[in-house]
Ligand binder design. Structure first.
Ligand SMILES: C[S@@+](CC[C@H](N)C(=O)[O-])C[C@H]1O[C@@H](n2cnc3c(N)ncnc32)[C@H](O)[C@@H]1O
Length: 291
């Protein structure tokens, strides 16, 4: 019997393993409590800071606003957006409230999705938002379905980013736009340098800005722009480290002491990686041509 139909390719297997690891990670009580307490329960991504003492939640919300500004011309009440890896749904709700169109939130973590749906109902937004459990490696929507595909700090969890970008492009309407933020390795950073840093996220390697740019161009996307905000990373990881350190005793009421200890060991590694210019972060924006 041929193995072809029963064996998955290494890329498919890597993607499935990474998706399972992400689900496990975000469904873990300790991890959830950390993101909830330290980020503020809406957004879980890098902030754009007005000053170095700004609350993480406020800076993270500014990131949503600036990312949304990039696609504002394409959005409105008759448009649809897909948010890949939508977390607690902070950006999803922001997009629904600001543009009044339909937003689909695709996310692998069922516990985050339950909370997301509850919050949408409490805020009267469930008529505009559909929360779907699934993986961005295999987007459960037909071709040319969305005006905008959006994502923040989720692609870092992918085990096969080529397929992920192919999927994101497939579901975009002609003339549609892809916009995303992601934490990346700087183009010249050796992969080994970041392994202990990203271990907490159960991620093996990060993408680089050049990788994303090349992939998007290969997929036929045009006007690929990278708004490089890498300088924000140091402030962000210093703020996360400060907050976790300052609130360590109180956090132990909701997070196990062992996990608090591991955070206090891991977060300074991110600070050091930022100081060594090993990481990159910013907003990618690209267009699918009309024809
Ligand atoms: C750092 S959080 C960011 C959440 C949200 N985008 C935000 O910025 O607040 C990463 C998110 O990616 C989701 N994720 C990871 N792998 C995924 C996959 N294969 N398919 C769909 N979602 C995934 C996780 O469940 C999590 O919600």
């Amino acid at each position: 019997m041929s193995n072809e139909s029963t064996q998955s390719s290494p890329d498919t297997e890597a993607a499935a393993n990474a998706a399972a690891a992400a689900r496990r990670y975000y469904d873990t009580g300790d991890v959830d409590a950390f993101y909830d307490a330290v980020w503020g329960g809406e957004d879980i991504h890098t902030g754009i800071y007005a000053h170095e003492h700004e609350p993480v939640a406020k800076a993270s919300r500014r990131t949503v606003e600036k990312t949304a500004d990039k696609v504002a011309e394409r959005l409105g009440p008759d448009r649809t957006v897909l948010d890949l890896g939508s977390g607690y749904g902070g950006a999803t709700r922001y997009l629904a409230e600001r543009f009044r169109g339909q937003v689909v939130a695709l996310n692998i973590s069922e516990s985050q999705n339950e909370r997301h749906r509850r919050t949408n109902a409490e805020r009267g937004l469930d008529n505009l938002i559909q929360v779907v459990t699934g993986s961005f490696q295999e987007i459960p929507f037909p071709e040319a379905h969305f005006d905008v595909v959006w994502s923040q700090e989720a692609f870092c969890h992918s085990g096969d980013r080529e397929t992920l970008l192919k999927e994101a492009t497939r579901v975009l309407k002609p003339g549609g736009e892809l916009v995303f933020t992601d934490v990346m390795a700087a183009d010249d950073t050796p992969a080994e340098a970041l392994r202990p840093v990203v271990a907490r996220l159960e991620v093996t390697a990060l993408a680089t800005p050049s990788f994303y740019r090349e992939q998007m161009l290969e997929l036929g996307l045009r006007d690929v722009e990278f708004d490089d905000r890498s300088e924000q990373l140091l402030t962000h990881y210093l703020r996360l480290t400060e907050e976790t350190t300052r609130r360590a005793a109180e956090l132990q009421d909701v997070i196990s002491p062992a996990y608090v200890k591991s955070l206090l060991e891991n977060l300074p590694l991110w600070v050091e990686a930022c100081r060594n210019n090993h990481l990159s972060w910013g907003i990618f924006h690209a267009h699918r041509p009309e024809t």
